[in-house]
Write a protein that binds this ligand. Structure first.
Ligand SMILES: Cc1cc2nc3c(=O)[nH]c(=O)nc-3n(C[C@H](O)[C@H](O)[C@H](O)COP(=O)(O)OP(=O)(O)OC[C@H]3O[C@@H](n4cnc5c(N)ncnc54)[C@H](O)[C@@H]3O)c2cc1C
Length: 305
């Protein structure tokens, strides 16, 4: 069959799109790897409007529930499927996934972004063996131990703040000056267990079966230093999940999909919303709102076409 709409991604943007598409009776296919929006790892999300505080995981579960609430007979959910390509077939689009092909008149890409990985020697070997990308998920396993955080932005300093609650020491490396909010930097640095160095980059992750140390370079002096740590938490940004769409929409230099911010259009018949776009600000509420904007526009496009 040819769907009116294919929605790709099950984060807050995807869930918002599903609610609006269902209520507008847009016959849709909803393709997602999972329902875990990025903040699912957060202990507490305190800025999801209308909810004072909620765990990230509970928020993801609520979003899935809401996405499915009005969807019967309107939206077909294809969970555990990864979109791998989109091609134009006549007036419609073919979305290829890890399992199937789907035809749709329009496409909404809400595939979000993923953590940027460390690429230094040893990083691949020690991923999940001391090197991790989620302090709130894995931090408690390093209680009483010396750990390092790579990244001097808000995510890096917030991870350090969590780790300071139970780790013996936290050493933070920032490749530039610290980029986190000054208040957060000041608070974290005031903890006697905390050390932080600007203009430092990791050079090698070392260990036996698990991580035992990290070598870093001071980029101003060129000097290498090895520190004994059993945990390394990398918080070095994220990359949009847009590879599967690169041949059909325009991407900026960071691989974000370029959209018209008034209506989220990326190209004729394709819309995008949330963290996969070149929008300046990326938050749960923004992702959901932008997806709503897109579905409003898609509805008009389909009915006016
Ligand atoms: C640790 C952390 C904490 C955060 N805390 C907050 C907070 O407190 N408040 C706040 O407002 N924001 C927070 N954010 C930001 C917020 O999580 C994002 O802005 C939001 O999740 C973006 O939503 P999205 O729907 O665009 O994408 P995502 O949440 O990234 O969801 C993308 C979805 O697409 C799926 N997907 C990806 N690629 C494919 C593919 N090829 N095929 C099929 N499916 C695919 C994924 O499985 C996922 O379901 C946080 C982010 C992080 C990393």
């Amino acid at each position: 069959m040819t769907y009116d709409l294919a929605i790709i991604g099950g984060g807050p943007a995807g869930a918002a799109a599903a609610v609006y598409a269902a209520r507008k009776h847009l016959r849709s296919v909803f393709i997602t790897k999972d329902w875990l929006g990025q903040s699912n790892v957060s202990e507490k999300v305190e800025n999801w409007i209308g909810t004072t505080a909620i765990s990230g995981l509970e928020l993801s579960m609520n979003l899935e529930k809401h996405a499915k609430a009005y969807a019967e007979g309107v939206i077909d959910f294809k969970e555990g499927e990864l979109a791998t390509n989109i091609t134009k077939t006549g007036d419609n689009f073919t979305i290829t996934t890890s399992k199937e092909n789907y035809e749709a008149k329009t496409v909404l890409i809400v595939s979000g972004s993923s953590r940027r990985k460390l690429t230094v020697p040893g990083a691949e070997t020690y991923e999940h063996k001391g090197l991790t990308y989620c302090a709130s998920c894995d931090g408690p396993m390093y209680s009483g131990q010396d750990v390092a955080v790579v990244g001097g932005g808000n995510a890096g300093f917030e991870s350090a703040a969590q780790l300071l609650a139970y780790c013996k020491s936290v050493t933070l490396l920032s490749r530039s000056e610290f980029k986190a909010d000054p208040g957060t930097v000041e608070k974290v640095l005031s903890n006697p267990k905390m050390k932080a160095f600007e203009f430092t980059v990791p050079k090698e992750v070392k260990g036996g079966q698990f991580v035992t140390s990290l070598i870093y370079t001071d980029t101003k002096s060129g000097k290498d230093t090895e520190i004994s740590v059993t945990g390394i938490f990398a918080e070095i940004g994220s990359m949009p999940n847009t590879d599967f769409a690169k041949d059909i929409v325009r991407l900026d230099k960071f691989n974000h999909i370029i959209v018209d911010a008034r209506n989220q259009r990326a190209s004729d018949g394709i819309w995008a919303a949330g963290d996969c776009t070149d929008g300046l600000y990326h938050q749960n509420n923004i992702a959901a709102g932008d997806a709503v904007k897109a579905v409003e526009d898609i509805y008009l496009y389909i009915n006016a076409k």
